[in-house]
Design a protein around this ligand. Structure first.
Ligand code: ATP
Length: 239
């Protein structure tokens, strides 16, 4: 989807995410390149699907983008700024992440959801928590323990928790791959409606090419740590 610009406003100067010659080499004795020469950009409101064989480096790429790992070459720009110049806590607020499985903290579902904003000194009312849960089909779940949730419910909480910070970018690392078919469809539909309603910018790693084709504006194909194709799903997948 192209970046939309309201009439009378200048278009943004920078892509929201840009990777420039990004790479990561493991330290000795391995010295193996997990990723090398990665170059791509993601515009506001774009969903970039990241696909490729197991072990290609897809998760490693997401980890470099939000600085869970550090690059050994190149850089990641967030709205034109090198992410190394952004305080980690600020970066976590601006870039949300949902993993394969929901890693929820002990406590209640409500406390998990309020965690991000409270970290930044913002108060979150019970009504806000209830409203956020209702939007993902979990009305009445605020006082539940995460241990009592199904896999699909846990992912709904993880998605809500990530979105409570109103991140500029959402990283999705195979968010449906640990779920059964029904739960998978539910989470995929939820993500699709959140993307549509909120215009989210996403980098969505998936093994599932049908999922990639259905939800991504563009695809990045990674093999053995390198980008081998980048473009519209129909052109990339029909190669
Ligand atoms: N910290 C690390 N130390 C050693 N090897 C690592 C490290 N992190 C990742 N790897 C290796 O790098 C390669 C890429 O891993 P990564 O998880 O990024 O792949 P992937 O494309 O996401 O795979 P999958 O689709 O199976 O999740 C793998 O061979 C993995 O074992």
């Amino acid at each position: 989807m192209p970046t939309l610009c309201p009439v009378g406003q200048s278009p943004p100067l920078f892509p929201l995410i840009e990777c420039l010659d990004l790479g990561r080499e493991l330290p000795p004795p391995s010295e193996r390149f997990l990723l090398s020469n990665i170059n791509f950009r993601v515009e506001r409101g774009e969903v970039l699907g990241i696909v490729g064989p197991s072990g290609a480096g897809k998760s490693s790429l997401l980890r470099l983008i939000n600085r869970l790992d550090e690059p050994t070459s190149g850089k990641v720009l967030l709205d034109g700024a090198d992410t190394r110049t952004i305080l980690p806590r600020e970066l976590r607020r601006r870039i949300g992440m949902v993993m394969q499985r929901a890693y929820l903290f002990p406590g209640t579902v409500g406390e998990n959801i309020a965690f991000g904003p409270r970290q930044h000194g913002e108060s979150v009312s019970q009504d806000q928590i209830e409203a956020a849960l209702a939007q993902v089909g979990l009305a009445g779940y605020a006082s539940r323990s995460p241990a009592t949730l199904s896999g699909g419910e846990g992912q709904r909480v993880a998605i809500t928790r990530a979105l409570m910070n109103q991140p500029e970018v959402l990283l999705l690392d195979e968010p449906t791959s640990a779920l059964d078919e029904d739960a998978k469809r539910g989470i995929e539909d939820l993500l699709a409606s959140l993307i549509r309603e909120r215009g989210l910018t996403c980098l969505w790693v998936t093994h599932d090419l049908a999922q990639a084709r259905a939800h991504a504006d563009n695809l990045l194909v990674i093999k053995a740590g390198e980008v081998v194709a980048h473009g519209k799903p129909e052109s990339v997948l029909d190669l």
